[in-house]
Design a protein around this ligand. Structure first.
Ligand SMILES: *Cc1c(COP(=O)(O)O)cnc(C)c1O
Length: 362
């Protein structure tokens, strides 16, 4: 099998050690004679998997005890609806920091809920979302403020979380959860689809402060944090296999040294690419230096046919998933936790080669 470097934004690269472990355990989990996919979600084999996954996630992120951890389905996208249903019940107004596509999707979904209004309290629109807004307008009559920590498509990220006074933050951490350190207690709730930095698709991790859960209204069961918390995420059949894989990724990350160690590695990987982009006579980063994501890094040549040529050449050589999102074009390198630094070094080599061949040609 030819060597592949997978730069995909999601579903994305997983740690090889985890995949190997899945492979060895696939046919008979813990000598049960059954695959994890075949065991009951009410069995002790599975409850142990879930308990360990939660315990290890708590350890990795330093999740305080007053927070509940949920393993849900429906992706990050369902949280665009669940968070407003559960939390926007007093003023029925939610403040949104609009930092690009995923914030806008969250705004659209919130506005679809009867009586709920999404208020844009800040926007990166004027910079084409290449910068994060510097000022957030607060107002008294908001139930909470929604923020997208890492903008997977535009390539911006918050290093520090803005302080919103008495309004709690709901954070979409889909693409950089476990990739850099955030303080859980800066948020009322955090959510993340698993398929970027955690594991396979089909699982959504929700971390939510218990007092907010307690205050939420009576909702249909699958949309109610309270009911899901009361049933420990197993109100119906949970995504057993995805939770198992996520648990293995958490164990892998602990063995790697945890978030602070992986963040340092992630910063090194990103810096290699940014340094190259900032010194290249062909490639460049469109994103404002101080707001750059260390996870998703868009770059361009400035010429779309040259971009296409580069992507084709890269793909042929085993560098896959580099095509930028259709909304921004160009290229994008996603450097999640499981992406090796050698992959970045190899990418730079082919970029260098391409640059020598094509600079000044167009
Ligand atoms: C990918 C992504 C989403 C959508 O995730 P799904 O799990 O596919 O619903 C939402 N927000 C951000 C920041 C993302 O990167």
């Amino acid at each position: 099998m030819a060597k592949i470097y997978n730069f995909s934004a999601g579903p994305a690269v997983m740690p090889k050690k985890v995949l190997e472990k899945v492979q060895t355990e696939l046919l008979s989990y813990k000598n049960s004679g059954m695959s994890v996919m075949e065991i009951s979600h009410r069995s002790s084999l599975f409850s142990e998997i879930q308990e360990n996954a939660e315990k290890n996630l708590r350890r990795l992120m330093d999740i305080p005890s007053e927070y509940d951890v949920l393993f849900l389905q429906g992706g990050a996208t369902l949280q665009f609806t669940m968070a407003p249903l559960n939390f926007a019940n007093n003023f029925k107004r939610i403040g949104f920091i609009n930092t690009g596509h995923w914030s806008q999707r969250a705004i659209e979904e919130a506005n679809l809920i009867n009586g709920v209004e999404a208020i844009e309290i800040a926007s990166g629109f004027s910079s084409g979302y290449t910068k994060l807004p510097e000022e957030n307008r607060t107002s008294e009559d908001l139930d909470y403020v929604h923020i997208t920590l890492n903008n997977t498509i535009e390539g911006t990220a918050y290093k520090e979380v803005p302080y919103m006074k008495d309004k709690f933050l709901v954070g979409d951490m889909s693409s950089n959860i476990l990739g850099q350190r955030y303080n859980v207690s800066d948020f009322g709730m955090i959510y993340a689809g698993a398929q970027k930095n955690i594991g396979p698709a089909g699982l959504t991790v929700v971390i939510v402060r218990h007092d907010l859960v307690e205050k939420s209204p009576n909702l249909p069961a699958m949309l109610s944090y309270k009911k899901l918390v009361n049933k420990n995420s197993t109100l119906n059949t949970p995504p057993v296999f995805a939770i198992y894989c996520a648990g293995l990724v958490f164990e892998w990350l602990i063995a790697e040294g945890g978030i602070d160690v992986i963040e340092k590695k992630n910063r090194e990987k990103a810096q290699l690419l940014y340094d190259f982009l900032d010194n290249s006579s062909l490639f460049s980063s469109p994103v404002s230096v101080k707001n750059r994501s260390i996870t998703n890094i868009p770059f361009v040549t400035g010429n779309s046919s040259l971009d296409a040529k580069f992507i084709a050449m890269a793909t042929e050589n085993g560098f896959v998933g580099l095509k930028g999102h259709r909304l921004v074009g160009g290229m994008r390198a996603s450097l999640y936790n499981a992406f090796p630094i050698e992959g970045v070094k190899e990418l730079l080599k082919i970029m260098q080669k391409f640059e020598l061949e094509y600079k000044g040609v167009y």
